[in-house]
Design a protein around this ligand. Structure first.
Ligand SMILES: [Cu+2]
Length: 272
């Protein structure tokens, strides 16, 4: 007993510390608060899976408990090779679950991706859309805005570190790259996540529905300081956003140094 106490104390203290450090659940079943126009589509998939899995679990458990209680020591074993009817019931149940659960989830996922989450072709044509190039590296996020001239790689580009700002209610289209290893841009409050892979440009989109400050995380273990790869995504009102872009690009123009090759990592915006 005397030996068991310190053995128990360490994991308990660790668990208590972790509970303190963990972000507080903000909505639903411990999920971060959804502040995006389309996040509810992802939440629907999660909740539907949860409800379907719970129903199947309860039914299977009930059959097992019933069999256990019914077939005690006094009950002689019966041997059966089944019947056409029992095989029909079984295949029917499997088919029903495959269509109602898996099929439904698969279909809804395809529709949501096609119409919203991967609908980059249509979003690109939206003149109101905000375009950002995000360049991931060990261990920070660089974000580049084209500035008032609308072109990437020019003097008025705004470049920020671990700090992405977007206006509320407007589609945000991000092109994502990495200079070293695989990272993953994760915006839990917007229900989107996309890998940043060296040698290619990936896309990600969302539309914020509420001003505020939200977490940016890296969702791929990318090295010893992976845990430091956090940033803040700030959602501003359209007026505040316009002011921010004006001030920042004015400062960028002033600080522009054509000799500083490191700072000129922009790429030409790609068409989808
Ligand atoms: Cu990372």
């Amino acid at each position: 007993m005397r030996r068991a106490r310190p053995l128990l104390a360490a994991p308990l203290a660790l668990a208590a510390r972790q509970a303190l450090a963990a972000p507080l659940p903000e909505s639903g079943f411990g999920m971060p608060r959804d502040v995006s126009a389309d996040g509810h589509l992802v939440d629907w998939l999660i909740h539907y899976t949860l409800v379907a899995a719970t129903i199947i679990f309860v039914v299977v458990l009930a059959v097992m408990i019933w069999s256990f209680a019914r077939h005690g020591r006094g009950h002689l074993a019966e041997y059966t090779h089944g019947s056409k009817a029992s095989a029909g019931v079984l295949l029917g149940a499997i088919g029903f679950i495959a269509v109602a659960v898996d099929g439904n989830l698969f279909y809804r996922t395809l529709v949501d991706m096609n119409e919203v989450f991967w609908n980059f072709g249509a979003l690109e044509k939206d003149p109101a859309a905000v375009r950002i190039e995000v360049n991931a590296h060990q261990w920070a996020w660089l974000a580049r805005y084209p500035g008032p001239d609308g072109k990437f790689g020019t003097e008025d580009d705004i470049v920020t570190l671990d700090d992405i700002r977007v206006p509320v209610g407007v589609p945000v289209v991000i092109q994502l790259a990495s200079t070293d290893v695989i990272h993953s841009l994760y915006l839990p409050n917007f229900r989107v996540k996309r890998d940043a892979v060296p040698g290619m440009v990936n896309w990600l989109t969302f539309k914020a529905s509420e001003p505020g400050e939200y977490e940016i995380g890296c969702a791929q273990h990318c090295g010893p300081n992976h845990y430091k790869m956090r940033g803040v995504l700030t959602v501003l009102t359209p007026e505040r956003y316009r002011e921010w872009v004006e001030t920042m690009s004015r400062d960028a123009r002033r600080a522009y140094d054509p000799e500083d090759k490191e700072a000129h990592w922009a790429w030409d915006w790609r068409s989808y």
